[in-house]
Design a protein around this ligand. Structure first.
Ligand SMILES: Nc1nc2c(ncn2[C@@H]2O[C@H](COP(=O)(O)OP(=O)(O)OP(=O)(O)O)[C@@H](O)[C@H]2O)c(=O)[nH]1
Ligand SMILES: [Mg+2]
Length: 391
């Protein structure tokens, strides 16, 4: 049984949340930061826990997929380690990276300077970035000059190794056991997959025996709260929310109160998508950080920047902007299934060295993977030529 549902022993009346399931408790619409003393605990009854119905859903209001597909997408095939390997290949095999590199090597090319040039063009075309591609190719060129490889297959194997080496330093899994509740703030530009990632991450954490609470901090877009509630229902976890248009920092503040009072292990906060040009929205992130700091000086413990894997080199400037606005401690790269080129992961690793916590390999609840450098490279570039799309 999940820890969240265990009844908390009532030791201090003041800290115990009033039973609020099945109704929404109204709270103040705007938070006055100066009025919050450090360690403040909201009075009883002010925790706006959304009711969490248990009925199965017919359709997914987020993607319009049948609910069965949403709940199970990827779930069956990902249960075992062997299947997980196959699923990385299956999901990444259709990427621009996999396709262009596979077709290059499938031609049985001669190991010469022209092949290295072509390889460099493929890497750049797959969003690896000019600098990272040049470094990879220069290293390979030196090894070719030393006659390290017998043929193009040898070169392919070396490229695989170098790609894994490039990603190893950013293969740093998120450890949520360092604080309780561990607060994750999810940020990013519009439509990158923040809310979907939260739903998938909740599923991932629950499977790891963590209790989870979600905070509907995207108060900007009318449908955002409903979308998060749907993910809450799928995961059977509470969602703290207020009406759209209310103050995001206030929602997230109350959610942290609720998470603390209920001794939840992990709180994940959603936020509205925003561009660096939207100064007001960028300032809001700083306010969220300040307000959380009134309860826990270290919160948020993770600022997870979600990057859409199909955006290409623009991802680099997104990371820069969010690092400047709020500070970023980890990345999630989504939508690497389908048509994404996939190479942006290498560009991000080289440019920032920020931990890549997870990758999104689909829209289903089980389609988030803890980042694994070797599995990722194997999925993009299988050792056997032409195997990329076989799964
Ligand atoms: N194929 C695929 N689609 C994804 C993935 N992650 C998210 N999506 C889809 O991307 C679309 C946008 O996802 P959201 O989670 O709403 O994105 P968001 O960042 O919360 O969007 P805003 O709140 O509007 O900024 C949805 O249709 C998701 O199903 C993924 O890993 N793979
Ligand atoms: Mg969203």
């Amino acid at each position: 049984m999940l820890k969240f549902w265990k009844k908390k022993p009532v030791t201090d009346e003041k800290d115990s949340p009033q039973e609020v399931e099945g109704r929404i408790t109204p709270i103040a619409s705007e938070i006055d930061e100066t009025a919050i003393p450090p360690g403040h605990v909201a009075p009883n009854g002010s925790l706006p826990i959304m009711p969490v119905p248990r009925e199965p859903l017919d359709t997914d209001p987020v993607t319009d997929n049948p609910a069965a597909e949403v709940g199970q997408a990827g779930a069956g095939e990902d249960e075992t380690p062997q299947a997980d390997g196959a699923s990385w290949r299956k999901r990444l095999g259709g990427s621009g990276f996999a396709k262009s590199l596979s077709s290059l090597f499938a031609r049985n090319p001669v190991l010469d300077e022209a092949l290295l040039d072509e390889l460099e063009i493929c890497l750049i075309g797959a969003d690896v970035g000019v600098a990272a591609s040049a470094e990879l190719i220069d290293a390979l060129r030196q090894r070719v000059a030393k006659r390290e490889f017998a043929d193009a297959d040898g070169l392919l194997a070396a490229l695989r190794e170098q790609l894994v080496t490039l990603l190893r330093p950013v293969e740093l899994p998120l450890d949520v056991s360092t604080h309780a509740p561990f607060v994750i703030l999810t940020v990013g530009v519009n439509g990158v997959g923040k809310t979907t990632t939260i739903g998938k991450l909740a599923h991932h954490l629950i499977a790891d025996d963590r209790s989870v609470l979600l905070a509907a901090g995207d108060t900007f877009r009318a449908a955002a709260v409903e979308q998060l509630r749907t993910w809450g229902e799928r995961n059977n976890v509470p969602v703290v929310a207020q009406a759209s248009g209310s103050d995001s920092a206030s929602v997230i503040f109350d959610a942290l109160q609720a998470a603390r009072a209920r001794e939840v292990d992990v709180m994940i906060a959603d936020t509205a998508g925003r561009l660096h040009t939207q100064g007001g929205l960028m300032d809001e992130l700083a306010k969220i950080r300040r307000v959380l700091g009134k309860i826990d000086a270290n919160a948020p413990h993770e600022v997870l920047l979600v990057i859409d894997g199909t955006t290409g080199q623009n991802a680099i400037s997104q990371v820069r902007q969010f690092m400047q606005a709020i500070g970023v401690t980890g990345l999630v790269v989504t939508k690497l299934d389908g048509t994404a080129k996939g190479g942006v992961v290498f560009a991000l690793a080289r440019e920032f060295g920020l931990p890549i916590r997870y990758v999104g390999l689909g829209e289903g609840i089980a389609d988030l993977r803890q980042f694994d450098a070797e599995a990722f490279v194997d999925g993009l570039l299988p050792p056997t030529l032409g195997a990329a799309v076989d799964g």
